[in-house]
Design a protein around this ligand. Structure first.
Ligand code: ADP
Ligand code: ZN
Ligand code: ZN
Length: 704
């Protein structure tokens, strides 16, 4: 295998970009080779890169990831490389000039707009005044808005990315328990260590001390966080401790910033890299330590091809460098915990909060008993309202979790009962008040809020249920003088809003923070003494085999945000399923109890970690063909009589249509990769790309 270069090559009448995968020296002339091979050869037009794009380690890693996830190597490369280095021609126009391209509002009037996507975008820009071009999700709508002179581009000259400077901070001395964990990790002979520490047990301090240890040995550190929203705070911790050794890599950077950071890392100028999922591919050399904070979070897995999980890729890299992987969490994924239990991973625990602060006192409010509900305030129980009041009076802060954005999740006609659903994927449309749109949360469909029912023409449109926007509206009615902020993916679409909301809350510019799962993870807000979960059951009945695990984790993590500094924390959990084990164990943060119960459920259901899963996705523009092929595949698979392989389906997934393709899935449960995977590869070779059928795989799926 040779080094990887991008080249321009003729392809029909076009010039396209490709990778050089391999180089062989030959004796023959072009004509002789054509004669031997029986097909025509073309000369490369140009070599794009002066230096190989990937070093040997990353090139080999790309092959390994492609093999493990049954994905084409070129797709892996697309995920590994910053956009400006990807193998497509537009990358050639990539960042060279240091400008940030913004889109600025000229006129908010919606006349002349021809699609709801355009309306949504104009409303987003109007609400923010100016938005980074890359935050505008629909290029064709943007083009139209420009043509109509509703918005214009402005180039803001930018300082290419540089991190804020922080004053140097000395390390905290570790507590007794932290010290023991630190030593156990350093001494362990295993590649992977699971650091299971209750919320507030000071895992970050352990990460910092471990990093120090590896840096002083001349090794580099890769620090992964599950979400962009958690990067700034982690960057601050590491920058304070290690000053300008830090580089960051995540999808929130502009292409130019990312390009600069990428080259800085590849050039060996950074010793610590911090970032979200894709940073696991950072071109960092000589890695001694890879840390995944909050390892249980699902966003570590990419949901499109290649469907890689950062944990598995981290382990692949650790084997190459003979380095250590630390998986940190208060609520480890069942897979990781089971591996630790079996001795495959080093099992390291922190059982106490720093300074022995107690875990929050938690109560569960049963919403199905209507009399506990504060009738006037609908979804807010008496208990929750009076607790919020008490905390506001004491000038303490409150976090309210509702894992659903928008205003209300169901929109229907009051008169005929018509319900608005997504024409692309069939899920219910949510009403978003901020921009008066209906949106699908499963695909990117949007439409304007209707003035009348398409079935009967009635003007009485009914909105049912709660999302974060509606919680805020109610709260503002109940507590008119409270300062309330919201954080969900609608807010974080414009990246500066997310950072300023989090910082504002940290500096007590707000009393209450309302948000989705984004606010439950990782954050350390010292003044928060109350966590309220408005409705804990959202997600409990989702079709995924991990629904209980996700619900448990979300609750335990949310509850863990309370009482992290000197004051005692409290949590109130409102639910319609007060006796469900995911909810009761989550409320009491009883990981052990949940783990035992859920493992039993998985064992009986023949689900991970007792078996492995792979999903075969059959795609076609023709529904009949997708159907037929998926039945054939299942039959064929069963005909092979593999040992310990079980096929379930075919089924129609929750998102049944994607980008014009009908999708059918077959779930395969297996124990041994060696017998099944060669068959799957053969299957893909035989069927994919023929007769209008595409075959994709999701190895180790999380949402089935
Ligand atoms: P976790 O990630 O385990 O939930 P954090 O790492 O956020 O917990 O730590 C919780 C709090 O305890 C933070 O405010 C942190 O600064 C503080 N802390 C952690 N370790 C120490 C220590 N050894 N001495 C003093 N304070 C500490
Ligand atoms: Zn109607
Ligand atoms: Zn949809």
């Amino acid at each position: 295998m040779g080094p990887l270069f991008r080249v321009l090559v003729p392809f029909g009448h076009q010039t396209i970009m490709g990778f050089v995968a391999d180089v062989h020296e030959v004796e023959e002339s072009k004509e002789e080779l054509e004669e031997i091979n029986g097909y025509a050869l073309q000369y490369i037009i140009d070599v794009v890169d002066d230096e190989p794009l990937l070093n040997e380690e990353l090139n080999t890693l790309a092959d390994e990831v492609a093999r493990y996830y049954l994905s084409p190597k070129v797709a892996v490369l697309q995920s590994m490389l910053p956009s400006s280095l990807r193998p497509n021609r537009s990358a050639l126009n990539g960042p060279k000039i240091a400008y940030d391209k913004f889109v600025e509002l000229i006129d908010a009037n919606e006349d002349g707009l021809t699609s709801d996507k355009q309306v949504e975008l104009l409303r987003l820009i109007a609400a923010n005044g100016r938005v980074l071009k890359k935050d505008c999700s629909s290029p064709s709508s943007l083009k139209k808005l420009i043509e109509l002179k509703k918005v214009r581009y402005v180039n803001v000259e930018k300082e290419r990315f540089h991190l804020q400077e922080y004053e140097k901070e000395e390390a905290h001395p570790l507590t007794f328990e932290q010290q023991a964990a630190y030593e156990q990790i350093l001494k362990s002979e295993k590649h992977v260590c699971l650091l299971e520490g209750v919320t507030g047990s000071g895992k970050t301090e352990v990460y910092l001390h471990l990093s120090e240890a590896y840096l002083s040995k001349g090794k580099n550190v890769l620090m992964l966080v599950p979400e962009i929203s958690l990067t700034p705070i982690m960057v601050e911790y590491f920058s304070r401790r290690f000053q300008d050794n830090v580089a960051i890599l995540h999808s929130g950077l502009t292409p130019a910033e990312k390009y600069d950071e990428y080259r800085k890392i590849a050039g060996g100028k950074a010793h610590i890299v911090i970032g979200a999922r894709s940073a696991v591919f950072a071109p960092l050399d000589n890695i001694g330590l890879i840390i995944l904070d909050e390892e249980h979070v699902e966003s570590y897995k990419q949901d499109s091809v290649p469907t890689y999980h950062a944990r598995e890729v981290a382990i692949m890299r650790a084997k190459h460098f003979d380095s250590k992987v630390v998986l940190g969490s208060a609520t480890p994924s069942l897979e990781s915990r089971a591996r630790a239990q079996k001795g495959l991973y080093e099992f390291v625990r922190l059982t106490k909060r720093v300074n022995e602060r107690a875990l929050p006192k938690t109560s569960i409010i049963d919403l199905s008993k209507r009399k506990v509900i504060y009738a006037k305030y609908d979804i807010f129980s008496d208990a929750l309202v009076s607790k919020i009041k008490e905390k506001l009076e004491k000038q303490e802060q409150i976090v309210l979790l509702l894992n659903r954005r928008g205003y209300s999740p169901y929109i229907g006609c009051h008169d005929c009962g018509y319900v608005y659903t997504c024409p692309n994927c069939g899920s219910f449309l949510s009403y978003h008040k901020a921009d008066e749109m209906l949106k699908c949360h499963h695909c990117d469909y949007v439409q304007k809020y209707p003035d009348s029912c398409p079935e009967c023409g009635s003007h009485k449109i009914k909105r049912t249920g709660y999302g974060t926007e509606r919680v805020i509206k109610k709260l503002a009615e109940i507590f008119p003088s409270a300062r309330i902020a919201r954080l969900d993916s609608d807010v974080s679409r414009v990246r500066t809003s997310m950072q300023s909301t989090l910082e504002g809350f940290r500096h007590h510019e707000f009393d209450i923070l309302v948000g989705t799962q984004m606010i439950a993870k990782g954050h350390d807000f010292p003044l928060v003494t109350l966590v309220g979960v408005v409705q804990a059951d959202i997600g409990l009945y989702s079709p995924s085999y991990r629904a209980s695990e996700n619900t448990f984790e979300l609750l335990a993590q949310a509850v863990g945000r309370a009482g992290r500094s000197t004051r005692q924390g409290e949590a109130i959990i409102q639910t319609y399923n007060a006796n469900n084990y995911a909810i009761t164990y989550g409320a009491s943060q009883d990981y052990e109890g949940f783990y035992l119960k859920e493992m039993e459920t998985r064992r009986i259901g023949k689900l991970p970690p007792y078996v492995y899963l792979v999903v075969i996705r059959v795609k076609s523009k023709n529904e009949e063909k997708a159907n037929e092929a998926s039945f054939q595949i299942k039959e064929n698979l069963e005909g092979r009589r593999f040992e310990n392989v079980m096929a379930v389906g075919p089924a129609t997934p929750y998102i049944a249509i994607q980008g014009g393709y009908y999708i059918k899935t077959i779930l395969v449960k297996y124990r041994k990769r060696d017998e099944l995977f060669p068959y799957l590869i053969e299957l893909q070779k035989k069927l994919s790309g023929r007769a209008g059928i595409e075959i994709e795989f999701d190895v180790d799926p999380l949402d089935y």
